[in-house]
Design a binder for this molecule. Structure first.
Ligand code: JFZ
Length: 416
């Protein structure tokens, strides 16, 4: 059936659903994704040309030769980067984990690697290791830390996948690249930064079962608790990774996550102002959680090390909503009411949470619903009961005539 299909297509191994290593992640629901690298310097423009598409793909889209892209490192000096602020922003947004690009497809390492000088410590005037600083802050502030790592595509390495404008694909030793470059780098990432909660592999493309399995084995050997994202390839991941910005139509019986952008790009682009509104983002978070998924919401910091202000404002707005309504999100499961346009539901034992996106005229909420014994607004600390009655298989709740929360009002139904 569909659940099985999603697990398989999106990379969750068969028996992961019973694995308690994922319990914290199942509770967490909401994480911060950070796409940060040299691509933040051109920020969507190369030689005076606007390059269409997502910002971190500029090297590929404009077929920039390694010899021209590489020198960007000499300009990279994000002196405004402040790990404590980024981590504290994620916390204020209500995010429980953070995943940052350690090496994206452009091949530049955002951490100190001994495998190449093409890394932020050795190749830039900045000379600091932001992953180390983030690891320290995440420990301090109590946030789980994950690393994104592009295991197949590498447009800088002569044997990595994807760059056919500098290198001859037929001459590439991909197996050697995995063995002598990817594996030792994964070892660095899972050795030098303390406990790593997630390794977020991406775009497996032609990686073989044996290669995916060998990477998985290495992760298990180094940090058995580290979760491996389904984009490792070959259905070996700990959880399924939905398509970017994709939300399934129905609840899914799998552990799955939607990676998503706040505007249209992952890596910073000067001209991308297509910001989703706070209500849209809150609705997406709740939509995903009501279907059993996690929301990994991206920010793309600038070349100075600043998270764009529109992203900050939106994250804080989500955090404000979660401060009041987090009980209806964290640690919940999909609720019994599914498939309505104006309402979502989440649940935990003894409780169903109705998330009302469009408050009905007059405040009467009518549902083919569960046999509830009581109802109250989650925002109401005194839990004043709302009038509730059952009528020919329907549950009718009398709420205030105006929506208490213009974005999403949560009504708690108690069952017993
Ligand atoms: C990948 C990357 O290529 C991209 O730059 C970004 O890092 C994003 C999070 O992941 O892009 C993908 C990968 C998979 C799908 C779509 C875009 N997919 O499976 O639909």
């Amino acid at each position: 059936m569909q659940d099985e299909a999603i697990r398989k297509e999106r990379g969750q191994r068969a028996n992961a659903r019973q694995d308690p290593r994922l319990d914290w992640w199942r509770e967490a629901k909401f994480g911060m994704f950070i796409h940060w690298g040299l691509y933040a310097i051109p920020a969507g423009e190369w030689n005076g040309q606007k390059i269409p598409g997502i910002g971190e793909w500029i090297m590929y889209r404009a077929r920039i030769p390694v010899a021209e892209y590489e020198p960007l490192a000499k300009q990279f000096n994000p002196v405004k980067f402040n790990a404590a602020e980024w981590v504290s922003l994620a916390k204020k947004a209500g995010q429980k984990y953070l995943v940052i690009t350690s090496k994206h497809h452009d091949g530049f390492c955002m951490y100190k690697s001994d495998l190449t000088d093409y890394n932020i410590v050795d190749a830039t005037p900045f000379g600091r290791d932001p992953l180390k600083e983030l690891a320290v802050e995440c420990q301090k502030q109590g946030l789980k830390l994950g690393f994104y790592y592009s295991q197949t595509q590498d447009w800088h390495h002569p044997d990595g996948d994807g760059n056919d404008w500098d290198y001859d694909e037929a001459q590439k030793d991909f197996a050697g690249y995995i063995e002598n470059y990817v594996k030792p780098q994964v070892r660095e990432l899972l050795t030098n930064y303390g406990p790593i909660a997630i390794i977020w592999f991406d775009t497996p493309k032609g990686i073989t079962v044996e290669q995916s399995q060998a990477l998985l084995d290495l992760c298990r050997e180094l940090q058995p608790d580290c979760l491996v994202c389904g984009r490792l390839g070959n259905t070996l991941g700990d959880y399924a990774s939905a398509g970017d910005n994709k939300i399934p139509q129905m609840a899914v019986e799998a552990d799955w996550e939607t990676p998503a952008t706040i505007n249209d790009t992952w890596g910073f682009k000067t001209d991308d102002h297509n910001w989703k509104s706070p209500p849209e983002l809150i609705h997406k978070l709740v939509d995903i959680v009501s279907k059993g998924g996690n929301y990994l919401l991206n920010v793309g910091p600038t070349a100075e090390g600043i998270i764009p202000q529109p992203s900050v404002e939106r994250l804080l707005a989500i955090g404000d909503w979660l401060k009041v309504n987090g009980e209806a999100v964290y640690g919940t499961k999909p609720g019994p009411i599914q498939g309505l346009a104006w309402c979502r539901s989440t649940a935990r034992p003894g409780k169903v949470y109705l998330h009302i996106f469009d408050w009905p005229q007059g405040g009467e909420i009518k549902l083919s619903g569960p046999q509830a014994t009581g109802a109250y607004l989650l925002s109401d600390a005194s839990r004043t009961p709302l009038p509730i009655k059952s009528q020919s298989g329907k549950v009718i709740i009398k709420g205030p005539s105006e929506a208490p929360d213009a974005i999403n009002t949560v009504i708690v139904l108690t069952l017993d």
